[in-house]
Design a protein around this ligand. Structure first.
Ligand code: ATP
Length: 319
């Protein structure tokens, strides 16, 4: 293998730049030529492919977002477009591709592998919703962003003796809500993996109020319900003054944490190694602090495990 390409795809995540940097520098270290595909699969179909060198990735390790830009591209789900994309890569003698993104992007990578381009997926999404890896790139930074918001909300919640409902991202995965909720001392954490009972949530709020609690914070993962709906229900049942905050896209931005930069560097470097070995259709991940790789299609199909123990602990500690 002499030439490889790298792209970022799907929702952006802090740490994607650190991953791009590691792909480029590790490839050059091993004597490979490396190309950057701009705007994910859309850019690939448009031939938006540029050579990268050591300087192309200078001064980006600390930046949020992705210098390669990201995009969604529904047309890439069509086989004819996948063939066209593989043809574009082959015409430039690019034999391998590293796709940094979420499960949708991994589907795209698998399609390219089926068309004869060696493809490796690097999990880059704040949602932490990919099986076979304990963490995805961007998750840690997103949790810290949510935590910062919780800390600030606590100040005003205490001053005004209010209940706050904070909605966080995560699609159908409750990991951001769980980690930010535990670290932020939320009274209740609502996640899609576990059915919630609004009566129980209100009961906990009332119990806290009885022992003189001045503020309460309820974390709601976006995959459960809208924060406004939950806030309405709480207000109706308890009569407590309730405010709702939807954190939204700020969770996707910001300077990546040291954890995300290190993770991105390790996973991306492993992806380059796999291409050099001639592997294809694999996803890299981190399991019990070890970099591993698995079949990408298996990873997409497998259910994501939820940390029930951590959830129960958060419940016990927030009494
Ligand atoms: P995130 O979960 O962070 O949003 P993602 O990678 O899952 O990231 P998607 O929008 O699901 O984001 O997918 C990104 C792109 O991958 C899509 O716009 C499309 O180009 C490609 N893709 C998704 N699903 C498929 C599929 N089934 N076949 C081929 N390509 C796909």
């Amino acid at each position: 293998m002499k030439k490889i390409a790298v792209m970022t795809s799907g929702g952006d995540a802090p740490g994607m730049n650190a991953a791009v940097r590691a792909v480029v520098r590790k490839s050059i270290y091993h004597g490979l030529e490396v190309y950057g595909i701009h705007r994910g699969f859309l850019g690939l179909l448009n031939g938006d492919i540029k050579p990268m060198n050591l300087s192309s990735v200078a001064d980006i390790i600390q930046r949020g977002g992705t210098v390669l830009r990201s995009a969604r591209c529904e047309e890439f789900k069509l086989k004819e477009n996948q063939k066209k994309a593989a043809q574009i890569l082959k015409s430039k003698e690019i034999e391998g591709i590293i796709v940094i993104g979420g499960d949708g992007s991994f589907q795209g990578a698998a399609c390219l592998a089926a068309q004869g381009i060696k493809a490796i997926g690097v999990p880059g999404t704040i949602d932490n919703d990919i099986p076979y890896t304990d963490y995805t790139i961007g998750f840690d930074t997103a949790v810290n962003t949510a935590l910062d918001a919780i800390n600030k909300t606590r100040d005003t919640a205490t001053s005004h003796e209010r209940t706050f409902v904070i909605e966080v991202m995560g699609r159908n995965c409750g990991d951001i809500a769980l980690a930010a909720g535990l670290a932020g001392g939320a009274e209740s954490i609502l996640v899609p993996e576990i059915e919630y009972d609004i009566e129980q949530v209100c009961k906990r709020l009332n119990k806290g109020a009885e022992r003189g609690k001045l503020h309460s914070i309820i974390l709601v993962a976006e995959g459960v319900a809208s924060g406004f709906e939950v806030g309405e229900q709480i207000k109706k049942r308890t009569g407590f003054e309730t405010r709702v905050i939807v954190l939204g896209h700020i969770q996707r931005g910001g300077m990546p944490s040291s954890f995300d930069r290190v993770l991105a560097s390790k996973l991306a470097a492993k992806a380059v190694d796999l291409l050099i070995e001639g592997q294809s259709s694999k996803m890299v991940g981190i399991k019990e602090n070890k970099v591993i790789y698995v079949d990408i299609l298996e990873a997409i199909k497998a259910p994501k495990k939820f940390d029930r123990e951590m959830y129960e602990l958060a419940k016990i500690l927030s009494i």
